[in-house]
Structure formats: structure tokens, C-alpha cells
Design a protein around this ligand. Structure first.
Ligand code: GLA
Length: 654
């Protein structure tokens, strides 16, 4: 080999060496050597030099020594401060995801998109990112989920910055002030909550008129059927029908400032939950650290904080109230059932009947949870082979809501076909039909087998459409904005359920933290869930509600979108990159419209009448601000902050 050839091959070696370790002029700094804990992601935790599941980084058979393992939807802010010249990475779906991952990688430089990978699926070879970042202050590394949010294990492999000046540093996403947009509620009476209520003949009626306004308030109900009675002080309507029928009742609430009236349509028939259930559930807050006292406190707080006056009514116990199989912890262990096969509570729930009585005495309803399998997700006793006995017990205890969570049933049928997926739900439905109590039936199986297509047929009132939500933008927005295709499957009594709310103090117990969603993300969360006609189940500590969270949960004009009797689910009517417009028809002929900005920088989002569709002049009302914005024709646009929303309602202009 001649000398020149030696130098030439050395040159190649040097070049290769440079791109791997030195990157032209400047030194290389590995992304994985920065503080990657600042990564926000839809599921799991970020890992240094390992995949999200903790395996060596591997894309289509190629292993990488260094990089960041994350999960869509993911965001990482890196401050470059003009000190780097290039960013390099090899990106793809980690092999551990099997065949089901689909993701897109994006890089934003000072708010502008400078790289987009296009959709990458499992087994696609790693794509190279090699971009000039000279002069860039802030770089954002984003991963969006593709077909669905499952198995989106994303690797920024071999990722490094070529640094010529200041070293790069990962930072938190921009902080925002928690601005309360809504004016204080009026002291005058206003009737809120559901305008239509379903009850089955033979089941007790419990309807509490939700009304805001200075206390004392006095209630009345005109045209109340003879079988019902109203408590004038509490606004509670009780009684029992024996036959199907439909009634129009005028609800009245009075205080010394005036009177409010509103019509309630009472439908006695087969279908309950004619509007999406609104309440609280213990899981996102307490996880398995739940006990009777916490449930009582939540119920008392729902009444005392005034949430009850805005239509909130269910207090739902999630997992971990039963006996834990094989546990030697005396508070949760012990025999799981009595001699007659009746399910036992664990010692943290010493008297279930007393607890349900307490919740009912506040004018609220109460829910429970179990699995069709031998055990629940957290390993507590399930209903397997005790379904009828459990349904009877739930009714005897006085429960009004049942979340039926697949989990342990996976041990009975590990790879279920459609019929097997449906079977446990059909069976519990049959059991619930035999008890004389209205129990909202909530299917929880994370969307398997496109449950939205058959959830109503097997007798569900709502069905979870996704895996578990967490308090990150990636999780919440990844779930929420992915519900568009499901709109045709929602109707009164049958709701798609994109999981519970993650605002306020959450933590899956016992230690709670403030939701990691920014204030704008929280406005987006509530607006989207209302547009989607989703069940609204608050997942935070109700005894410690701050003003911002209270405001999020008590804006009656926003909640009215969720509770609209038409029961339509909003559709995504326009999408332009991160700008999305979602709209739904309301019973009164108006249209609720959400203008969303999923981008990292503010964007103007415009709703076109032709997309909604509406015609002519419209009065546009901002629902968070409870303020008319004027009359518009053809379009309405607004500047929307990062991850934020403007939620409006369009009324025909007089
Ligand atoms: C599953 C459900 C959650 C919660 C837990 C309880 O993960 O999806 O909502 O009920 O089980 O263990």
C-alpha cells in the first residue's frame, strides 16, 4: 500500500472517527451525559444509554452504546445558547417494542421545525439526524406517536452536540403563570349539571339539583311526578318509578337575589348515564394508599368546596379496597371471602355500608371497582366465578358505579379473541341487570379489540379507550387528541373514556405532587375532555383544591359542553400541523369549538365556518372567560399559547 493510500484510508478513518466522537471542529457532548430527567414523556421514565424499558438501545438489529431511551409523546428542551454547531442522532423505534411501534421524531430550533423524520415504524432502520444548529438558543427534541400510543419506545441513539462554545444544558419546559380566566361565579341562583337524567323502573332515583348562588337556596320542582319528592332545602329528588316514561320537570332555585328555572328531562327506561358521569376517583390521587377516611373526606370536600353545585356527583373507590391475595400485611391481608363466598373488604374499609350511606347523605353517589379476573391490577381479590354474588353485594352496599377492570382476567385468557374479550363484560352486565339499583357500568380494558365498536352492545355505559393516563403533556395530549376517530361511537348512555383527569394534587399515593401539566395544558385537558363528552373523573386530592384547580372544575359554561344532552363527541374538523380545531353540535343549535395549539410556540389558530360547518353571522362566546367576543362571519381566529386552547361557543347572531 502506497503512502498516499495509507493517508487516504487514515483520512477516512479520521473522518469516521470525527463524526462519531469529534464532529468536525469543536468537541462532542453526548445528549445522554446531560440531565435527561427533564424529558417529558407519555409513558415510563427516560433512560440514559438504555431504552425506556431499560434494555440496550437497539433499532432494527443495530445496537447503540449511547443515547436517550424515551416514549412518545416526548419533549426535551435543550439550551444551546448559541454554543453548538451541529446536532446528530440516529433515531428509531427500539426493538423491544416488538412490531407495534410507530413514531415521528422532530427537532425544533428556537420554535421552528428544522427536522422531521416522517413516520418510523418498528423494524425500520435508524434514521440519521445531522443538522446545523449554529446560533440556536433552544433546541427541542420531540417524539410524536404515530398510529396509536402503544409501544412507542423511542430512541435518540448516538445523540450528541458538536460544541464550539457554551455547553448544552437540558432545561424544564417554559414556566407559566397560573392565570384564572373565569370571573367569580355570580351570587344569583343558576341551575347547573345534567339537563337530562335516566333511571330504570324499579331503581331508586337520586338526583341532586346542582345550583350555584349565595346560600341559603330554596329548591322546587314543578310538574314533579307523584312518585317523586323533593327536599326543598337540599334540592334532592328521590323516589321510584315502576313503569317506563318520560317527564319534563321545571327545576327552580331561589335565593334573596332572585330565581333560576331550568327544564330537566327525566327518562325512565333502560338507559342510564344519559350525560357523561362527573365525579372523583381515588386512583390518580391515592393509588393503593386509599382508605375509608380518604373516601369520606373526598365526599365531604366535594360537597363543601361547592363542586357538587356544578354537577359533580360520583365518589368512586378504585382498586385496593378488597383483601390482597397472599399478603401478610394485616391491614390488607386475610381471607378474601366469607363462608358464603361474599367478598370481604380489607381493614382499611371497616364498614362499606356506613361509607356509602355517608356519601349518599351528602347528596352524592358512590362507585366501586373490581376485576373480572381472579385478582385486580394491584393483586387484590377479583370477581372471577363470584360475579353475581359481587353484583348483589355492590347493590346491597349501595354502590352506583362499577369500574370493571380486565387486568387479572388476562390470566384466564392470555390471548383473547373478540368473543373472549367481550365475555366477562357481557356476563357482569347480566348480573347487574338482576339487581334493583342503577349502577353505571364502566368498562376498563384499555381499548383492546376497539372496544368503542362494541362497548355499548355488551352493556357498558363507558369504556376506557386507552392505557393509563399520567400527568405529562405527552400522555394527556397523546391520549386526548387521538380520540377523533371514536366520535361516532359516543351517544347518551355510551361514552368513550380517555381516562381520568390529572389536574390538582395527584401522585397515585401516598405522596402527592402538583400535576406536572402547565396551566395552559390543564385548560387544554379540561376543554378537550368536555368537547369529547368524556366521563369527567377528577383524580386529585379534593381536600386541598387550590383556586386555579377549583376554577378549572367549576366553570359552568365549560361543563355545559360536556353535559350537553345531545351527547355528541367533538370531531377534529381541521388540522394544520400542530394547529387543531375541534367542534361539536350542541342541543340548542349552537356549536362548541376548541382552537388548540400543540406547538412549542404561540400560534394563530383559525376556525373556518365551512369546516364546522356553520353559515352566516355568529356570536362568538369565550367559555373560559365567559365573555362575548363579538359577531363574526366566515372565520374566527385567535392567538393560542403553547399547548393552550381557546374554547368558544358559536350562537346564531340575532
Ligand atoms: C389499571 C387501570 C387504572 C387503575 C389501576 C388500578 O391500571 O387502568 O385506571 O384502575 O388499574 O390497579
Amino acid at each position: 500500500m502506497g503512502v498516499s493510500r495509507v493517508f487516504a484510508s487514515l483520512g477516512i478513518l479520521l473522518l469516521v472517527g470525527c463524526s462519531l466522537a469529534a464532529g468536525g471542529s469543536g468537541r462532542n457532548v453526548w445528549l445522554s451525559d446531560l440531565d435527561i430527567s427533564k424529558t417529558q414523556q407519555g409513558w415510563g421514565d427516560p433512560h440514559k444509554n438504555l431504552s425506556v424499558d431499560g434494555n440496550p438501545l437497539k433499532i432494527a438489529g443495530q445496537t447503540f452504546e449511547r443515547g436517550l431511551g424515551t416514549h412518545a409523546d416526548s419533549l426535551l428542551y435543550v439550551e444551546l445558547n448559541g454554543g453548538s454547531s451541529r446536532f446528530h442522532a440516529m433515531v428509531g423505534v427500539d426493538d423491544e417494542a416488538g412490531a407495534r411501534g410507530s413514531i415521528e421524531f422532530r427537532v425544533l430550533a428556537d420554535g421552528k421545525q428544522v427536522y422531521k423524520s416522517g413516520l418510523i415504524r418498528s423494524d425500520d432502520p435508524a434514521k440519521q439526524v445531522d443538522i446545523d444548529v449554529t446560533g440556536v438558543q433552544v433546541l427541542v427534541l420531540a417524539v410524536d406517536s404515530g398510529d396509536d400510543m402503544n409501544y412507542d419506545h423511542a430512541d435518540w441513539a448516538d445523540a450528541y452536540f458538536t460544541v464550539t462554545g457554551t455547553a448544552p444544558k437540558t432545561v424544564d419546559a417554559p414556566k407559566e403563570e397560573a392565570v384564572i380566566l373565569t370571573p367569580k361565579p355570580s351570587p344569583k341562583p343558576r341551575i347547573n349539571g345534567a339537563r337530562v337524567f335516566g333511571v330504570r323502573p324499579g331503581s331508586p332515583v337520586l338526583y341532586t339539583i346542582a345550583a350555584s348562588g349565595r346560600r341559603p337556596l330554596w329548591f322546587n320542582a314543578e310538574n314533579l311526578p307523584a312518585v317523586l319528592k323533593i327536599d326543598r332545602e337540599t334540592g334532592r329528588i328521590t323516589g321510584k318509578f315502576t313503569k317506563p316514561g318520560e317527564y319534563k320537570i321545571t327545576l327552580v332555585a331561589t335565593n334573596d337575589l332572585g330565581e333560576a328555572k331550568r327544564e330537566l328531562r327525566l327518562v325512565v327506561g333502560d338507559t342510564i348515564a344519559l350525560t357523561p358521569p362527573m365525579g372523583w376517583n381515588s386512583w390518580n390521587c391515592w393509588g393503593c394508599a386509599v382508605d375509608e377516611q380518604k373516601i369520606r373526606e373526598a365526599a365531604e370536600a366535594m360537597a363543601k368546596s361547592g363542586l357538587i353545585n356544578h354537577g359533580w356527583q360520583y365518589i368512586n373507590i378504585d382498586d385496593c379496597w378488597m383483601v390482597r391475595r397472599g399478603s401478610d400485611d394485616a391491614t390488607v391481608g386475610g381471607p378474601t371471602r366469607d363462608e358464603a363466598g361474599r367478598i370481604r373488604t380489607n381493614k382499611r374499609f371497616p364498614d362499606m355500608k356506613a361509607l356509602t350511606d355517608c356519601v349518599h347523605s351528602l347528596g352524592l353517589k358512590i362507585g366501586t371497582y373490581i376485576s373480572p379476573g381472579p385478582w385486580t391490577c394491584a393483586g387484590y381479590e377479583g370477581s372471577w366465578q363470584h360475579e353475581q354474588a359481587d353484583a348483589q353485594q355492590f347493590a346491597a352496599w349501595g354502590f352506583d358505579y362499577l369500574k370493571y377492570d380486565w387486568c387479572g382476567y388476562g390470566s384466564i385468557v392470555p390471548e383473547p379473541d373478540l368473543k373472549q374479550m367481550q365475555e366477562p363484560y357481557r356476563f357482569m352486565r347480566m348480573c347487574l341487570d338482576r339487581v334493583d339499583r342503577d349502577i353505571v357500568f364502566s368498562l376498563c380494558q384499555y381499548g383492546m379489540g376497539d372496544v368503542w365498536k362494541w362497548g355499548a352492545e355488551v352493556g357498558g355505559n363507558c369504556w376506557r379507550t386507552t392505557g393509563d393516563i399520567t400527568d405529562s403533556w405527552g400522555s394527556m395530549s397523546g391520549i386526548g387528541f387521538r380520540q377523533a376517530e371514536l366520535a361516532p361511537y359516543a351517544s347518551p348512555g355510551h361514552w368513550n373514556d380517555p381516562d381520568m383527569l390529572v389536574v390538582g394534587l395527584v401522585g397515585w399515593g401516598p405522596n402527592l405532587r402538583e400535576s406536572r401539566l402547565t396551566p395552559n395544558e390543564q385548560y387544554t385537558h379540561i376543554s378537550l375532555w368536555c368537547l369529547l363528552s368524556s366521563p369527567l373523573l377528577i383524580g386529585c386530592d379534593l381536600t386541598r383544591l387550590d383556586e386555579f384547580t377549583t376554577n378549572l372544575l367549576t366553570n359552568d359554561e365549560v361543563l355545559e359542553v360536556n353535559q350537553d344532552p345531545l351527547g355528541e363527541q367533538a370531531r377534529c374538523v381541521a388540522k394544520d400541523g400542530p394547529r387543531e380545531v375541534w367542534a361539536r353540535r350542541m342541543e340548542d343549535g349552537s356549536t362548541a369549538v376548541g382552537l388548540f395549539n400543540r406547538d412549542e410556540v404561540p400560534q394563530t389558530v383559525t376556525a373556518k365556518w365551512s369546516d364546522l360547518p356553520v353559515t352566516g353571522k355568529r356570536r362568538v362566546r369565550d367559555l373560559w372567560r365567559q365573555k362575548d367576543l363579538g359577531t363574526f362571519e366566515g372565520t374566527f381566529g385567535a392567538e393560542i399559547p403553547r399547548h393552550g386552547v381557546v374554547l368558544v361557543r358559536l350562537f346564531p347572531a340575532e
